[in-house]
Design a binder for this molecule. Structure first.
Ligand code: ADP
Ligand code: MG
Length: 416
């Protein structure tokens, strides 16, 4: 009788081993599909105005439906497999019970087995079989957990930004003397976006980058911020190769204000304080005043404690930018990058902010990218970037007198 039971149990063991091996990749894929579908949904909701504006609801619904359908098929597949394991367990258990009853009944009729022995045997068998049946349930949970573990391992194994062991140099304080020496960079092999650029930005100076869009200005700023590493050439900060300086110590001296500046959900105060949460109220108020944030927060009932984002007020592009500038003023960096930081400002707030930007740039090595040439007229040097090259270099008056590329850009803008 024991032999008769062991056979179905062995078959069941084989089936579940095979089945769980099959569903593990399915569970793993589910994590990926889930991330894709919810990621797209979040973007869709964030860009709902663009979708409405282009009457693209139907198309977005189709994309979402396709994603949800993939998810459904994945769940269906894993459910089918786990159900097969459970039904196989039930079926084999039925076979085993029927067989034991047949053999046991036959033996009892032949008086080779007492009724008591038979009962005892089935009781012990129950104790043995119950955990095996349970294992099929636990097994699918285990498989799901292992698939999750696989994904976690994949993510943990991704290389860290600071890795390589070469970024060991820790700088306590820097002057901010930045030098580019024949720096080249390509996002895709063979397509150089920055080509052998060399320039010198002394500590405390203002370098303006101008040029048509797509010429490589943001890429140069990204190289200076160590968001990107040059493919060839050398960037030095105070004479040290930027690629040897620990990112943490370099970025603690760095401030960035970008065109579409990122604000968190939360209050205006939290958004300004985030690079320096320990700042005093006085330091905060100084930054707020210098960036002319109060001009609009005074109109809000809660002032600086007004919630922004999804659960609070919506701010205009210019207002967001002034908050970002206040944040940079509070952070008090040695090196400052302003990438089209004034492009969202209307003429009125621009004149308000021109002065505060000047305060912000005072004594810091600044890289400023601007469409408005009025922002860069006072720069110590202007680099005119064209297709990744420096086409012209000099101060405003020099470049105007040259009547070259800068002159063209400037007079073109003055006309509009
Ligand atoms: N992440 C990226 N991957 C691939 N190409 C990029 C990426 N970012 C920018 N580029 C390309 O590099 C060139 C320069 O871009 P960018 O530095 O942003 O120009 P700018 O700021 O002067 O408008 C463009 O041709 C752009 O298409
Ligand atoms: Mg750009």
């Amino acid at each position: 009788m024991t032999g008769f039971v062991l056979l179905p149990v062995a078959i069941f063991g084989l089936i579940s081993l095979k089945a769980f091996g099959k569903i593990r990749p399915i569970f793993r894929e589910r994590g990926i599909i889930n991330a894709e579908v919810t990621g797209r949904l979040t973007e869709t909701l964030g860009g709902v105005r663009v979708i409405k504006g282009f009457n693209a609801e139907a198309q977005e619904i189709r994309i979402f439906e396709a994603g949800v359908n993939r998810l459904f098929l994945n769940v269906k597949q894993s459910l089918v497999t786990t159900s097969m394991v459970t039904s196989a367990a039930t079926l084999l258990l039925g076979f085993a019970s029927a067989g034991i009853m047949g053999i046991g009944g036959y033996l009892i009729m032949n008086e080779e087995l007492t009724f008591g022995d038979f009962l005892a045997f089935t009781l012990y068998l129950g104790f043995l079989i119950a955990p095996i049946v349970q294992m099929s349930n636990i097994g699918s949970q285990f498989t799901e957990a292992f698939a999750g573990l696989d994904r976690t391992e994949e993510i943990l194994n991704m290389p860290l930004e600071d890795e390589g062991g070469t970024r060991t140099l820790k700088l306590d304080a820097i002057d901010g003397h930045v030098v580019f020496d024949k720096v080249s960079f390509a996002y895709e092999a063979g397509k150089e976006v920055v080509k052998e650029i060399s320039f010198n930005a002394p500590a405390g100076s203002v370098t303006a980058l101008v040029g048509t869009s797509g010429s490589g200005k943001t890429t140069i700023a990204g190289l200076a911020a160590s968001f990107l590493n040059p493919d060839s050439g050398l960037i030095t900060v105070d004479g040290h190769d930027l690629q040897t300086i620990s990112l943490r110590s370099y970025r603690s001296q760095l401030g960035v204000v970008l065109q579409d500046d990122f604000l968190f959900e939360g209050t205006i105060r939290q958004n300004i304080l985030f690079p320096r949460p320990e700042a005093t109220e006085e330091q905060l108020m100084q930054a707020v005043q210098a960036a002319h944030v109060q001009e609009f927060t005074n109109r809000f009932e809660d002032g600086l404690d007004t919630l922004i984002g999804e659960r609070g007020v919506k701010l205009s592009g210019g207002q967001r930018q002034r908050i970002a500038i206040a944040r940079a003023i509070l952070a008090d960096p040695r090196i400052l990058i302003l990438d089209e930081a004034t492009s969202n400002l209307d003429t009125e707030s621009e004149s308000l902010i021109q002065a505060s930007l000047k305060n912000l740039m005072q004594g810091r090595t600044t890289f400023v990218i601007a469409h408005r040439l009025s922002t860069i007229r006072q720069a110590d040097q202007i680099l005119v970037i064209e297709q990744g090259h420096i086409a012209e270099q000099g101060r405003h008056e020099e470049l105007l007198a040259k009547q070259g590329r800068y002159y063209q850009l400037y007079t073109y803008q003055a006309r509009i």
